[in-house]
Ligand binder design. Structure first.
Ligand code: NAI
Length: 244
């Protein structure tokens, strides 16, 4: 089924991992995909693998002016944005007493402020057209907390509050906003975990394995499509049952 035929989707942090798998999945569903990364070259790598139309864009999501410019460039090139996936995210892990100001700020600026920057830049257009989907990628640690990730968990919990507020503000205009909260997914972000830690973690996952980027992309495709037309302000956890 190509349920997103004629739609324009923006995926931030699209050069690898969950973002890359999401761009491919939305493309398979028929959408034209704007792949966003800090480097246009790396975004192009994802675009080259798409089934349908796509375009690569450079943007640092923590920069509000770049996000505004990005959305007008996407509109000029592919058309107005129907689906926004805020996937760009970073970690700067450390225990609280060793967490530096710049590690706190960098994580907030990319993970939380980045979603605000891009969402504000598309909201007016979506409201005018009375349709749109905003999908923010948080994390189960935003729901549970995690030792050594106070900054990251706070940014992801913040995304949940942000999304629910946006969902309430924009619902009357036909714009839906939801969160996908992945558990442990096999990407560059989790590749550095030592083998011992991986085994320990897998034991805590009822489905017995880490997720794949495609597992998350499938949930995003669902929330972007017609089957999710009556769902807004929700958190969809994709974690193999780890957090119930
Ligand atoms: P990744 O590190 O493989 O990819 C992150 C992407 O974001 C990269 O393309 C990177 O270039 C981009 N990015 C980082 N800062 C950016 C900025 N300022 N502007 C634009 N792009 C920027 O990460 P992964 O694992 O694919 O994660 C994607 C999202 O899923 C992140 O928000 C992450 O927090 C979240 N997540 C990942 C989990 C995992 O286990 N891998 C678990 C839960 C959530």
């Amino acid at each position: 089924m190509r349920e997103l035929e004629g739609k324009v989707a923006v995926v931030t942090g699209g050069s690898r991992g969950i973002g890359r798998a999401t761009a491919s999945e939305l493309s398979r569903a028929g959408a034209s995909v704007a792949v966003v990364a800090r480097s246009r070259e790396r975004a192009q790598g994802t675009v080259d693998g798409l089934d349908g139309p796509g375009e690569a864009f450079a943007c640092d999501v923590s920069n509000p002016a770049q996000c505004a410019d990005l959305m007008s460039a996407v509109a000029d090139c592919l058309g107005p944005v129907d689906i926004l996936v805020n996937n760009a995210g970073i970690t700067r892990d450390n225990i609280l007493i060793r967490l530096k100001d710049e590690d706190w700020q960098a994580v907030m600026d990319t993970n939380l402020r980045g979603a605000f920057n891009t969402t504000r830049a598309v909201a007016r257009g979506m409201m005018k057209r009375r349709s749109g989907r905003i999908i923010n990628i948080a994390s189960v640690v935003g729901l549970t907390g995690n030792r050594g990730q106070a900054n990251y968990a706070a940014s992801k919990a913040g995304l949940v509050g942000f999304t629910k507020s946006v969902a309430q503000e924009l619902a009357a205009r036909g714009v839906l906003a939801n969160v996908v909260a992945p558990g442990f997914i096999e990407t560059d972000m989790t590749a550095e975990l030592p083998e011992e830690a991986r085994e320990g973690l897998a034991e805590r996952i009822p489905l017995g394995r880490f997720g794949t980027p495609e597992d998350v992309a499938g949930a995003i495709r669902f929330l972007a499509g017609p089957a999710a037309a009556y769902i807004t302000g929700q958190v969809l956890v994709v974690d193999g049952g780890m957090v119930m």
